[in-house]
Ligand binder design. Structure first.
Ligand code: ADP
Ligand code: AMP
Length: 242
């Protein structure tokens, strides 16, 4: 796997900095442990504010499904609940954010998940004269997460997230949104879910502190009905007219 270059080569002209110019794009990260409700909420919130929802897990699942050059390696990491290495992860997410719809703003879901990824995202945004305005942490107690993950069903087409008990589709096995077939993720077993939670505590909790120290982190209570969480997330977004 090639290491990727995250900063401009020394000989290149300095990237224009527009730090003094207002950047009104919604550029927000949704964080929270596996099962917190990021996928459930991110699509709705992104539609509400008219930006794209970018989920690193969805990008990886697409790569595995399409059998791209890194598909097999990615699958091994995902099946064991480990993080895919930072260089590959950053490369995929940055490429997605650089597409025209990503340039207009984004709700990021599941990225960054390590301090290396958080720093790489900062560098990429800064290089392009963009900045992260808010990071929202969906807070859910651990004992709730395993029950959520074990009952999760996902749409194979649009990635919408359902739950057998907490958020069932109108017709079993069929996506309300697009009619796609629903499936259960191979890594939503109890054992892998526990491993993913351990990885979250070790690798991702420090990222929350990184953003908290910068004063851009807001906590939202994710242990309430889905609509209430949506409302709280909307309230936590940066005010565009401020
Ligand atoms: P994440 O993307 O953070 O891993 P998901 O959005 O896929 O989590 O949600 C995990 C599971 O929990 C799904 O089955 C989803 O339907 C369910 N869920 C999401 N939000 C809530 C909530 N507020 N109350 C109950 N269940 C929820
Ligand atoms: P998710 O769909 O967010 O639950 O992610 C599923 C799996 O994809 C994780 O357990 C990791 O193996 C991988 N993954 C997703 N996002 C990242 C990321 N930002 N960094 C590293 N691995 C990731």
């Amino acid at each position: 796997m090639d290491a990727i270059r995250l900063s401009a080569p020394a000989s290149a002209p300095a990237a224009p900095t527009i730090a003094s110019v207002r950047d009104d794009r919604v550029q927000v990260v949704l964080m929270g442990p596996p099962g917190a409700g990021k996928g459930t909420q991110a699509g709705t919130v992104a539609d509400l504010v008219g930006v794209v929802h970018v989920a690193s897990g969805d990008l990886f699942r697409e790569s595995v499904k399409n059998g791209n050059e890194y598909g097999l390696q990615i699958k091994e990491y995902m099946d064991s609940g480990k993080l895919v290495p930072d260089d590959l992860t950053v490369k995929m997410v940055v490429a997605r954010l650089d597409e025209p719809d990503g340039l207009a703003g984004f709700i990021l879901d599941g990225f960054p998940r390590s301090l290396g990824q958080a720093r790489a995202l900062d560098e990429m945004l800064e290089r392009e004269g963009r900045r992260l305005e808010r990071v929202i942490n969906i807070d859910v107690p651990e004992e709730t997460l395993l029950a959520r993950l074990s009952g999760r069903w996902l749409c194979s087409e649009c990635h919408a997230s359902y739950h057998t008990v907490y958020n069932p589709p109108r017709v079993a096995g069929v996506c309300d949104r697009c009619g796609g077939a629903l499936y259960q993720r191979e890594d939503d077993t109890l054992e892998t879910a526990r491993d993913r939670l351990a990885v979250y505590r070790k690798e991702t909790v420090p990222v929350l502190d990184y953003y908290r120290d910068r004063g851009i982190l807001v906590d939202v209570d994710g242990d309430q009905p889905i609509d209430e969480v949506t409302r709280a997330l909307y309230d936590a977004l940066p005010l565009l007219s401020a």
